[in-house]
Structure formats: structure tokens, C-alpha cells
Design a protein around this ligand. Structure first.
Ligand code: HEC
Length: 186
């Protein structure tokens, strides 16, 4: 009886040893990820034994930088897919990365250059179509209006006035487009 129990304990001991050994294989979470070019995501590594080296199946798709011992940041460079391998002394873990085209370039809103739409921001004070109000805009030349707007925008004239606040809100191209809109109204 006691001899039998002893062998069973030894057998169990081997099993536990084998299990805990395999539990020390390095793991990476998530095992696969998709990021946009220019974006990045962190991968968590666990059960690392010894030093970790990173291998990439292809260059130029994504970069890997170490955040700390168990976190690595993957940054998308250009569209494509790449397999990263995190290798320690005993084992390795793979992470499949697919990089998609940068969302920043594909969805960036076109700069609004619709003169009338932009100019409608001015109607409440300069009258509909620049016909009156504080200062009549209609009939002035585009360069005159543009020049005034640039002066306001640069803060050279009445830097904390109403017009400075308005002019500063537009891009140079938008100011040109507003100026030419008013200049072409008669
Ligand atoms: C909240 C009211 C307000 C809005 C909106 C506004 N302005 Fe003005 N604007 C003024 C006032 C008041 C003046 C005159 C006082 C000053 O010089 O600051 C002026 C002056 C100007 C002048 C100079 C005119 C001159 O003869 O010296 C220009 C050009 C002008 N505005 C263009 C615009 C344009 C273009 C817009 C739209 C992007 C606009 N303004 C929106 C109130 C406004």
C-alpha cells in the first residue's frame, strides 16, 4: 500500500514538472493584429526566460520597439503583412501583423474652398453678400480684402478685435477664396 502510493506520487511529480515547464514557453498577446500605417499597438509578452530577441519576416512593414521587459510597441510603416517572432532562450512566440493604408491620408477632409460658403461667416456683420453692415465688402478688390484679412490674421491690425478672431480661423487659401468671392459681387 505505502509503496504503491509512493510511486504514484513520483509519477504525479513528473507530470507537474512537465506542465510547469511547458507553461514557461514565451507567449505574445495578441497573436495577430491589424494596425494602420502610422499607428501603433502594444503587444504583451509573458513567461520570458532569458533575453528576448525579435525577428521580422520582412522589413519595412512595421517597426518594433521595446517599451519594457514585457511590452513591445509595434508601429505600422506601410501597408502589408509581416510575421514577428519573439524568441527567448527556450521558445518563441509569433505575432502576425497586418498593416493597412494610413487612415489619415485616405480620409482627410478636403480643405473647404467654397467661397460663398466660407463668406457666409461674414454676412452677419458685413451684410448678406457683403452688402453693408460694419464695412461694405462688396465691390472692393480681392487683393484689398485679402490684404486686410492678412493684416487681421497676423495681428498687425486690432490684434484682439472681432476681425482678427475671424481672419485667424481661416487658412491662407480660404482667405483668398473669401476675398475673391466678395470682389466678384456687384
Ligand atoms: C462679428 C462681426 C464680424 C464678422 C463675423 C466679420 N467681420 Fe469683418 N469687420 C467687422 C468689424 C466690426 C470691422 C471693422 C472694425 C475693425 O477694423 O475691426 C470689420 C472689418 C473688416 C474688413 C476691413 C474693412 C475695411 O474697409 O477696413 C474686412 C476686409 C473684413 N472685415 C472682412 C471680413 C470677412 C471676409 C469676414 C468673414 C470671414 C468678416 N469680416 C467677418 C466685424 C465682423
Amino acid at each position: 500500500m505505502s509503496a504503491l502510493k509512493k510511486t504514484r506520487n513520483i509519477a504525479l511529480g513528473y507530470i507537474t514538472a512537465a506542465l510547469s515547464c511547458s507553461a514557461f514557453a514565451v507567449t505574445a498577446t495578441p497573436g495577430s493584429l491589424s494596425i494602420a500605417a502610422g499607428a501603433s499597438q502594444t503587444v504583451q509578452l509573458a513567461d520570458i526566460s532569458g533575453t528576448l530577441s525579435v525577428y521580422s519576416s520582412k522589413s519595412g512593414i512595421a517597426t518594433v520597439s521595446r517599451v519594457d521587459a514585457s511590452h513591445y510597441r509595434i508601429s505600422g510603416v506601410k501597408a502589408g503583412s509581416v510575421e514577428l517572432e519573439f524568441k527567448d532562450r527556450k521558445s518563441s512566440a509569433k505575432v502576425k501583423v497586418s498593416v493597412t493604408t494610413s487612415t489619415a491620408t485616405s480620409t482627410s477632409a478636403p480643405t473647404a474652398l467654397n467661397g460663398r460658403l466660407l463668406a457666409s461667416n461674414c454676412f452677419q456683420c458685413h451684410g448678406t453678400n457683403g452688402s453693408g453692415g460694419f464695412d461694405k465688402l462688396a465691390g472692393k478688390s480681392a487683393s484689398e480684402i485679402y490684404g486686410d484679412l492678412k493684416e487681421f490674421a497676423s495681428g498687425q491690425e486690432d490684434s484682439d478685435g472681432i476681425m482678427a478672431a475671424h481672419a485667424m480661423g481661416f487658412s491662407d487659401a480660404q482667405l483668398r477664396s473669401i476675398a475673391s468671392y466678395f470682389a466678384n459681387i456687384r
